[in-house]
Structures are given as C-alpha cells and as structure tokens.
Design a protein around this ligand. Structure first.
Ligand SMILES: C[S@@+](CC[C@H](N)C(=O)[O-])C[C@H]1O[C@@H](n2cnc3c(N)ncnc32)[C@H](O)[C@@H]1O
Length: 272
C-alpha cells in the first residue's frame, strides 16, 4: 500500500467523521513522523499497512486523535498526552488568559492548581509569568504526564506537582486555579469522551458540584485572596447560592466561554 492508496482507503473508512481526509493525513504523518506536505510530494512511497490500519481502526472506534498521536495543542504550544490524563480543552485557555491578567495586575507570585492533569494550565501560566506553582492531582498517571511536559518545557523550577487531594499537601496560595471534574455522573457523554478519557477527571458527585463546592469551602477556610475556576454551563446558580450560604465574602464574577455558555468564575476577596 502506498501513500496515495492509504489516503484513499482510509478516507472512506473514516467517512462518518467530520473531516476524514484531514484526520487520515494527521494519522499518516504521525506514522511516518513527517509533515503533511511530505505526503503530497511522496504519494508513491510504500507504508507499513498493518500499523496504518491499526491507527485507522483505533480512530474508527472513536478513540480521540490526540490519544493516538500523543499530541495536543493548547495555548501557543504542543503537549504530550495519553489516556492517563484529560485532553485539555480550548475553553480552558480563557482561564489561563484571566489568570495571567490577574497575576500581572496584582503582582501575584504563589499559585496553586487543583487537578493539574496534563499540566496544560500551569505550563501556559509559568511560560508567561514569573511565578511559583504548586499543583495537586489524585491521579498518578496524570502526574506522570504533567511531569513529562513540565520537564520538556524546562519548568521544573517553577512548577511542583504533588500526589494528593485538593490543597492537602500544598501551601496556601495567593491565587488558586482549577479546572476540576464537574460533570454530573448521570449525564451520558459522547463515546470518544466516555470510553477513553479518565472518569476521575470528568465526573464529580452531587450533580458534578461536589469538588466545586469543596473549592469554595477552601477559599473561605484558608482566606485565599484570588481564585479562578472552571465549571459546567448549568452550575452558575448553585455555585452563587453555595458561596452565599458559606458566607464567602468578596466578589464572585462569572465568565462565559466562546459559545456564550457560563464556563467559570473569578473570585476576588474584599481584602485583596
Ligand atoms: C478536568 S481535569 C483537568 C486537568 C487539567 N487541569 C486541564 O485543564 O486539562 C481534572 C483533574 O483533576 C484531578 N482530580 C480529581 N479529583 C481531584 C482531587 N480531589 N484533588 C486533586 N485533583 C483531583 C483529575 O485526576 C484530573 O486530572
């Protein structure tokens, strides 16, 4: 099977997907470790048919392309990813943008991230700001991936990762960031998410609210001056209500994602 034949065959195999030809070219250039332009210039080149068909079958089975190629783009860089960590989503770039603005405005130095996953958020912030970040995650496989990415960007002096829950093993920060699990376990997700991404990264008890509520509780308990947290599009009301109930004093401002859906909140205490 040569490149041209492989592209023709696989594009038909993936016809149910939105951009089959593009996906085929990405997978083929991953297999050949080349740029996509190489495929056009070398269409007679013979490829390893068995390995290529394996990749196409994985995709046909709805495995996310990022897990097959072990690459994901986030912010202005590319990260290593595999199924041990959630694939970072473009909407989390809004959290990064807000964090960088807040850090610069208030000259913030100490940050904590709850649930670092692949490291996407902390790495994006540490690349741009002169800060020290301590991060936690309960998943050992996510921590392995985060540390691999932190090392690849030479950020070991700026980001430290700990295997614990919430802030249990971290110092109280000036700014707390988190994209916690916030999906209601009763919600049925698409196969590419439900069958491949780690459920500890997606779901939280109490209709997805438990970890968000715990984060609000920690902000109050530890007098954390600033926090930015992602949440589900339908959780604004309960979060505002819970913050009021626990007497969180300060300004809780909600923000939307690019689709116009409620996506997170920024907390600034009265004393900050
Ligand atoms: C939605 S993922 C976010 C990962 C990454 N920050 C991102 O935005 O791509 C949530 C992460 O929180 C971790 N996690 C879940 N419960 C946790 C807890 N109690 N304490 C710390 N991390 C937790 C999961 O293992 C997962 O890596």
């Amino acid at each position: 099977m040569n490149i041209q034949e492989a592209i023709n065959w696989a594009t038909k195999e993936l016809k149910a997907f939105e951009r089959p030809r593009l996906e085929v070219e990405i997978l083929l250039s991953h297999l050949l470790d080349c740029k996509r332009e190489f495929l056009i210039l070398n269409d007679n080149l013979e490829i390893d048919e068995i390995k290529f068909k394996e990749l196409i079958n994985r995709r046909k089975n709805h495995e996310p392309i990022e897990y097959i190629t072990n690459k994901v783009s986030f912010w202005d860089f590319e990260l290593f990813i595999d199924k041990g960590a959630l694939i970072p989503r473009p909407e989390s770039e809004i959290l990064v943008e807000k964090a960088i603005k807040l850090i610069k405005k208030h000259n913030i130095k100490n940050i904590a991230e709850i649930g670092i996953g692949s490291g996407a958020l902390s790495i994006a912030i540490a690349k741009k700001c002169n800060v020290f970040i301590e991060a936690s995650d309960i998943s050992k496989s996510a921590i392995k991936i985060a540390n691999k990415n932190i090392k690849a960007f030479h950020l070991e002096d700026k980001i430290s990762v700990y295997n614990c829950s919430m802030l249990d093993c971290l110092n109280t920060p000036e700014l707390l960031i988190s994209n916690p699990p916030y999906i209601d376990p009763d919600v049925k997700l698409e196969a590419n998410v439900a069958n491949f991404e780690p459920h500890t990264a997606l779901f939280a008890p109490n209709k997805g609210l438990e970890i968000l509520f715990n984060i609000l509780g920690l902000i109050k308990l530890k007098n954390i001056p600033f926090a930015i947290c992602e949440m589900g599009y339908n959780q604004k009301e309960q979060i505002a209500k819970y913050a009021k109930e626990i007497g969180l004093s300060g300004n809780l401002e909600f923000y939307k994602d690019l689709a116009g859906l409620d996506r997170g909140f920024v907390f600034k205490s009265n004393i900050s």
